[in-house]
Design a protein around this ligand. Structure first.
Ligand code: NAD
Length: 710
């Protein structure tokens, strides 16, 4: 395999990395060997004075290590030596007597950035596709080829930890501001600038880097051991708060950074490769890597057998209903898919409100510097509104987000069919009504599908797509592709009440309501679940979703599935007191200017409850988690999801199920179906029949089967 080509241009060797047969450059063991040999050759070649390292891929410098290859290694010793080999390769780069300039365009991540950091000079482009970062902690690992050593030395402990501990990437311009690169230029002059820099380095040696732009406070803390101790302590506390202690990688990275800065390079590199080996064989990393592969596989799965149908392009989107969800969908569509969006509502004031809400999504992006003012102007011109169906004859896809009412939705479907072309797809964003019921009067049922977004649309990463038995493969594939263009992780699920996410969420939220009704304090319930690894507890989640929305969905699920999903009566009583959750500033919690300030003690009196810690945290956890596991098993076996992979990804991206646990179905496999059944039976004896294990889960346990292959 040849991954590298070299040209000698008047004494400057230009190495171009272009890994054969791959869309992006990855670092493999073979690449490492080839590069090390190449470097030795150039070192010995007296005609070479300096080296430029660049990529031959269009918008990618180096994506990082080859994760597939890395998963082949199984022992801690193997993984530790892989990290050490990476470090050694980069020692050769850093020690090169001939200056090496990294010319970076596109993604420069993980091992890619570590390589660039070892070079004597770095230039990146200011193109939006250029980003530099160390995402290793997202896979439960740490930068293991010197990243924990070189980045802090270069830009200071505090900004380096900011990147390493969060697994963050920064755009080119930001990388320049932080001092990660020496220059940031437009792509058109990247190679010219690199050549000039190489000549300069040959003539004058490595540059004296200017003092880092850390600011007064940064300099004060970063440049003395006592200040740095404070930085480590603060970073550690922040990590523990964010991860609840469930993710060991950021803490290990912190140790490796600290060792290098306080006890010297040797120690730093040693801690780094040792920790890398330890983490790479650990459970958390294994789960996160599995999740990485699962999401990648999902990106290639269109929800129908390969080759069945091709997606139609969606250039113009129609949105019916410019309320909360409609405006969120419209704003997301213009900002991420850059398509024309025409919103229809019944009255102009509502349209005005919807357009303003969509615009606020763009403004949020401007504020976070994701887009420029010019882009905002351009994108906002894609939005328009109407009270009739004018312009709908040119629309490719219509997403309906009107009131949750079957008759209204059917009427809208008929109107849309009358106003659009025979090719137009009609998608409904209903959260509870079966798609087949909405599609019943359709003239073109093959064009009707469910696209279930989560709120807030611009933030929530999941989209459930729900075909009916009559939906065509083209419609499914088109909806899936468009969902991905909106930046969503898409799962195709069966048309069953609650689909997948709300189905498994319902018993969990019901149980939280019951625990509360039994006197378990609000904050105790939520704390048990955040300790389990959820980003928010179930009671806080009900406040977020809105008690009115939760109550409506709860009723539908009860009607569909009977006693097992009987809602607790808590929410109805809260609603009678005008408590709809965060949106009204009044729910289980208090809100001040939209911020949660603590549990609202008045709700105990309102419901005639005396708060008391009757249940142990273990019992609370089991009641909540196992109600979800049981429902997940049941729904999976009814075929609501196409594969366990889709179910677990849906739970992680849709509800925030702790990623390090791999999802509810993976968790059943890990705990063992037999033990899950035993626990459910105990819970059923103690707390009621709703915990009775799903019959097919019992069968699975008896046959010693799993959801995933071993
Ligand atoms: P909303 O009340 O904020 O908005 C509904 C909008 O539809 C209103 O502006 C209303 O004027 C408009 N409308 C009603 N009838 C219409 C018609 N015939 N033609 C044009 N416009 C019409 O409601 P929402 O929260 O945005 O919910 C919309 C849909 O999305 C519902 O089906 C709901 O179940 C679903 N959904 C909601 C959430 C959520 O968290 N709110 C999440 C997922 C799905």
């Amino acid at each position: 395999m040849t991954a590298f080509t070299t040209e000698n241009e008047s004494g400057i060797a230009i190495i171009t990395f272009d890994l054969e047969g791959e869309p992006v450059n990855k670092l493999t063991a073979a690449v490492r060997d080839e590069f090390t040999a190449l470097l030795a050759r150039l070192r010995a070649d007296t005609s070479v004075r300096a080296i430029i390292f660049q990529s031959g891929k269009p918008d990618n410098f180096i994506a990082g290590a080859d994760i597939e290859e890395f998963t082949q290694l199984t022992t801690q010793a193997e993984l530790e030596s892989m990290s050490r080999a990476g470090q050694e390769m980069l020692f050769a780069v850093a020690d090169s007597p001939k200056p090496i300039v990294a010319a970076i365009h596109g993604a420069c991540l993980g091992g890619g950035l570590e390589l660039a950091l070892a070079c004597q000079y770095r230039i990146c482009t200011d193109h939006p596709k250029t980003s530099l970062g160390l995402p290793e902690v997202q896979l439960g690992l740490i930068p293991g080829a010197g990243g924990c050593q070189r980045l802090p030395k270069l830009i200071g402990a505090s900004p380096a930890l900011d990147i390493i501990l969060a697994g963050k990437s920064v755009p080119g311009v930001k990388a320049y501001k932080l001092g990660i690169v020496d220059e940031c230029v437009p792509p058109s002059i990247l190679s010219r600038t690199a050549t000039a820099a190489a000549e300069r380095l040959v003539a004058k040696g490595a540059p004296q880097r200017p003092a880092r732009p850390l600011g007064f406070k940064g300099a004060l803390l970063d440049r003395n051991p006592l200040g740095r101790r404070l930085i480590y302590r603060t970073a550690r506390a922040a990590v523990l708060k964010k991860t609840g202690g469930h993710y060991p990688a950021p803490l290990a990275a912190l140790e490796a950074v600290e060792a290098g800065l306080e006890r010297g390079g040797r120690e730093g590199y040693a801690v780094e490769h040792r920790k890398f080996g330890e983490l790479a064989v650990g459970e958390v990393s294994r789960r996160l890597v599995q999740l990485f592969f699962a999401t990648n596989a999902l990106k290639k799965d269109d929800g129908v057998p390969p080759g069945t149908a091709t997606a139609h392009p969606v250039r113009r989107l129609g949105v019916i209903g410019s309320g909360f969800m409609g405006s969120g969908i419209a704003g997301t569509a213009v900002s991420t898919a850059e398509v024309e969006v025409r919103m229809r509502d019944t009255e102009w004031p509502r349209i005005g409100k919807g357009l303003r809400a969509s615009m606020s999504i763009l403004e949020g992006q401007l504020l976070r510097k994701k887009i420029t003012r010019y882009q905002l102007e351009r994108l906002s011109a894609l939005l328009s509104g109407t009270t009739d169906y004018s312009g709908f004859d040119r629309i490719d896809l219509v997403i309906e987000a009107v009131f949750e009412d079957l008759a209204v939705k059917r009427a809208v479907l008929r109107e849309v069919e009358g106003a659009t072309s025979p090719e137009t797809i009609f998608a409904t964003n209903t959260s509870t009504i079966p798609i087949s019921q909405i599609a019943e009067p359709a003239m073109r049922p093959e064009k009707v599908i469910g696209m279930h977004f989560f709120s807030p649309v611009e933030k929530m990463p999941l989209l459930e797509i729900i075909p009916t038995a009559r939906t065509s493969a083209e419609t499914i594939v088109t909806a899936v592709h468009f969902g991905r263009k909106l930046g969503k992780t898409v799962i195709v699920v069966r048309d069953f009440p609650g689909f997948w996410v709300n189905r498994i969420l319902t018993p969990y939220l019901n149980e939280a309501g019951r625990l509360f009704a039994e006197g378990t304090p609000i904050e105790v319930i939520d704390r048990v679940m955040t300790r389990f690894g959820f980003p928010v507890g179930p009671i806080a989640l009900i406040d977020e979703v809105g008690l009115d929305v939760a109550s409506k969905a709860g009723k539908v699920m009860h009607e569909a599935f009977g006693e097992r999903l009987l809602p607790s009566d808590v929410i109805a009583k809260m609603l009678a007191d005008g408590r709809t959750g965060r949106k009204s500033g009044k729910g289980f919690y208090h809100y001040l200017d939209g911020h949660k300030t603590g549990a609202d003690e008045r709700v105990y009196d309102l419901l005639g409850i005396r708060p008391q810690d009757t249940h142990s945290p273990e019992t609370i956890e089991q009641r909540l988690v196992y109600s979800m596991l049981n429902e997940a098993a049941m729904a999976a076996m009814e075929g609501v999801i196409r594969t366990p992979r889709d179910g677990d990804i849906g739970a992680i991206f849709g509800i925030g199920f702790p990623p390090f646990r791999g999802g509810p179905l993976r968790m059943i496999d890990d705990v063992g179906a037999t033990k899950v059944v035993t626990i459910l039976r105990e819970l059923a004896t103690q707390f009621g029949d709703r915990f009775a294990p799903a019959p097919r889960l019992v069968e699975k346990a008896e046959r010693n089967e799993r959801f995933y292959p071993r």
